[in-house]
Design a protein around this ligand. Sequence first.
Ligand code: GLN
Length: 305
Amino acid sequence: MKEIATSRLTLTLGHLYPDQLNLYGDRGNILTLRQRCQRRGIELRVVGLGIGDALAPDEYDMLFIGGGQDKEQVPVAQDVFEMKGIGLWAAIEDDMPVLAVCGGYQLLAHYYRPASGPDMRGLGVFDAWTIHKGPRAPRCIGNVAIRWNGSTLVGFENHGGRTYLGTAKPLGKVLKGYGNNAEDRTEGAVYRNAYGTYLHGSLLPKNPHFADHLIELALRRTYRISDLPSEERNGSTQSSSKRLGVNEDEPAVTEQSQPEHQQEVPLQRLDDRLEWEAHASLLERMGLYTEAVAAWRAHNREEPL
Ligand code: GLN
């Protein structure tokens, strides 16, 4: 089946606070998104938005905010609330894909009560709140794995704050590690297409299915791809082109036959063996052997390492 050339597609990603919130290689998430777009001929433009910069949602197709130490979060919290709050809400309510990691995630919930100092008011996108249990309380540090949509996500966490969900839906269930609060086995939060998580590492290099999920959401929203059955949206193991509703025995969809904004955009399947090797070996290191084999098999249809 001839795939539609995606070379004319571009996506613009707004990277919030690249200088203040960039712990544990969070910038690696941007590099992964750019690289996975590039490998499909999609140009990902990245625009940094620092403190004092306004956020005009129409200029972006996706947003990313990383993690940081308490002292870096203080000025960011003020700026999120005073400078970028309205734009962020408008983007999120309009289903823009947003990835918020750790400190960034905490500031998209109601508030973060740090180990010392006043509460940092958050945006309240996620109905959740975060409390640091004090300077002597152990931090949540280490490798972490969660169940996400029939698959797994792996990463590294390091946070003092513990997040408690109100009505917010968790991103996943903890298989190994602390997650939101080391108590209720929830990890992260989801509101529309906004995803909060404690998974650093960075997250996306070892979780290509989640990276593709965010790219597909952005393509769907920006190019108004309308025929993808929603339940298939969240990173199931089927190949991208199939997930994008391209039926093998249907005649090849050519560009000319579809008006511009209704073009289907099959995401070309990439050779992710290295990524899944890293994913599976991290699961193994956490003693999650069944999940390691399942992840490897699901994405490589070959015997594990
Ligand atoms: N400073 C926050 C905490 O300790 C977030 C840490 C982070 O982004 N890694 O919980």
